[in-house]
Write a protein that binds this ligand. Structure first.
Ligand SMILES: [Zn+2]
Length: 194
């Protein structure tokens, strides 16, 4: 794991010390970017989402969120996530790179819900490269299907949905487009999870 990923994962404050003793600061993503497919996206380092699975006696379930009215495509369903933050060196001038997809997805989930991300195991990452902007879906699982409450200013509903019923929801268009491929990768990943 890189120092950046480790920092994002284990340090709640945004300041950490780098190997050369320079302060490294995590900076929230900002700015809109237009990808090569012509969409407008928030955050120039791409975004990451958490596809969180749980297997019960009644099969695989996915944690889904209905996006709040102020969000892009408010009212549609997708997974927790958001723009990836990036790191700068102490002077703030030297850009060091973005947080990992895994760190971004877990941080966003922690920021917008009461889910204990420490109980999550990550398995795979599905990258949807739009050209100049990428959405990474982190495929993960949790042993218990816990009730999750999300920040009501961002999310209308949070619900565990049976895998085969996901496509019956009114999905966010970006999520809907990659769902068949993401679902296949998720089923593959969960084959080896107890
Ligand atoms: Zn795009």
């Amino acid at each position: 794991m890189s120092i950046f990923a480790a920092a994002a994962r284990f340090f709640k404050p945004s300041f950490v010390k780098g190997a050369d003793d320079t302060a490294i600061q995590r900076v929230a993503a900002s700015g809109w970017i237009t990808c090569k497919q012509g969409h407008r996206h928030w955050g120039e380092d791409g975004a990451a989402g958490l596809l969180l699975l749980n297997r019960g006696e009644d099969g695989l379930h996915v944690l889904m969120q209905q996006r709040g009215g102020l969000a892009d495509h408010g009212g549609t369903w997708s997974v927790p996530g958001g723009a990836r933050d990036y790191f700068v060196a102490g002077d703030g001038e030297r850009r060091l790179g973005a947080e990992s997809a895994e760190a971004g997805a877990l941080r966003e989930t922690r920021e917008e819900s009461d889910l204990d991300v420490g109980a999550i195991r990550t398995h795979d990452v599905y990258s949807d490269d739009h050209g100049g902007w990428t959405f990474d879906t982190v495929i993960a699982s949790i042993p218990d299907r816990v009730e999750v409450h999300s920040d009501p200013s961002e999310v209308l509903h949070t619900r565990w949905v049976p895998l085969e019923r996901v496509e019956q929801l009114p999905l966010h268009p970006g999520f809907a487009r990659t769902w068949p491929a993401v679902r296949a990768r998720a089923e593959e990943a969960m084959r080896t999870v107890e």
